[in-house]
Write a protein that binds this ligand. Structure first.
Ligand code: UDP
Ligand code: MG
Length: 342
């Protein structure tokens, strides 16, 4: 990736914590979010920088944030040209965050901001990654909880990277960890996997996930299934092996069955029956073949997307609070290049 966050030239030695917030149609949430987060940030011993990424909201979220810029220092708004999805928005936020550590938090207050001081403590005592692990999932339906549970288990069975169970994007990362993450150049941003891939000293803190305070979740089942498929195929090639295995099994069963028919025909004469079983076998094998082609297709598609080398997101605008005196405002402006999207 060509665009790296540049470390600010330090005026004082005070450390800076960046808070990255992806925002997609969260106009109803933003005032509540700021009201709850700002006092917490002010209570910290480190300086703070709030990085909002507007992921193509259509409800005036970006306008609300930009109007807030005049009122408070240390806020940066990265406006994307359209909705690129949460994973891309997070990447944008991490690239535009300049702090010594970065906390990623949802705008809907499902990740309690009250935990930020504890996360900062863990970071200051030497952790590069402070992972927040969900103890409960209030307000989520049983099918969602069950499918999440199964998914994490399946994912860890199939991939070599151990992706911690029940952790979301809510976490703190040191500058070192963020830079490592940004050096992973793939377009398919399966963040949970990428987060886990970098390793580094990690603290896991359990917390209770709150229900959404307002608005609706942007994840419906098709999107969640898409993310699950993405996760499985980004972090493991074993589905390809399953296809081979099932194919082998089906082929050898077919061969044995054919042999058995020959033996039976020689011993008992040519009895023409068994059409239903024939149809069943053909349908079964056809299904297996289509499934295998589908699995291979997932990977071919991934390769296709990667080879295009498109940028993960495009920025429309980057705005910064202008108020003087605040540390984050003294940052060097970054060269925000719009790479061509071919
Ligand atoms: N989000 C985003 N782009 C999207 C979807 C969601 O930036 O395309 C943001 C959203 O504004 C919120 C966070 O990602 O801050 C989590 O989204 P949501 O609450 O819908 O997901 P859930 O909590 O259900 O996983
Ligand atoms: Mg949410």
């Amino acid at each position: 990736m060509s665009r790296h966050s540049v470390l600010p030239t330090r005026i004082s030695s005070k450390q800076v914590l960046s808070i990255v917030v992806p925002v997609f149609n969260e106009r109803a949430m933003l005032p509540v979010f700021l009201e709850r987060v700002l006092p917490i940030l002010d209570s910290l011993t480190v300086a703070t920088q709030l990085v909002f990424v507007d992921d193509g909201s259509e409800d005036g979220s970006a306008n609300y944030i930009s109007s807030f810029l005049a009122r408070r220092s240390g806020i940066r708004l990265v406006k994307l040209t359209r909705n690129f999805g949460k994973e891309a928005a997070l990447t944008a936020g991490l690239e535009h965050a300049t702090g010594d550590a970065v906390v990623v938090i949802d705008a809907d207050l499902q990740d309690p901001p009250e935990l930020i001081p504890t996360m900062v403590e863990a970071w200051q005592s030497g952790s590069d990654v402070v992972l927040m692990q969900r103890r409960s999932r209030h307000g989520e339906s049983l099918p969602k909880r069950l499918s999440a549970h199964l998914f994490y288990r399946l994912l860890n069975r199939t991939s070599r990277t151990n992706i911690p169970v029940d952790t979301g994007d809510f976490r703190l990362m040191s500058r070192r960890a963020v830079d490592a993450l940004m050096s992973l150049g793939e377009r398919n941003r399966y963040m949970k996997g990428l987060f886990a891939w970098i390793g580094m000293p990690t603290t896991v803190l359990p917390y209770d996930r709150a229900p959404r305070a307002a608005g609706v979740s942007k994840w419906d089942y098709p999107r969640l299934i898409g993310l699950a498929l993405e996760g499985l195929t980004s972090f493991s090639t074993s589905p390809l092996r399953w296809a081979t295995g099932v194919g082998l099994l089906a082929a050898s069963m077919g061969a044995l069955f054919g042999l058995w028919i020959v033996v039976k025909a020689t011993l008992l004469g040519d009895v023409t029956n068994g059409y239903p079983s024939l149809v069943a076998i053909i349908t079964f094998l056809g299904g297996i073949q289509l499934l295998s082609i589908g699995i291979v297709g997932e990977y071919v598609g991934k390769t296709y997307v990667e080879t295009k080398q498109r940028p993960i997101y495009l920025t429309e605008d980057v705005m910064e609070s202008v108020q003087a005196g605040a540390r984050p405002n003294t940052l060097n402006p970054e060269p925000y290049r719009h790479a061509s999207s071919n």
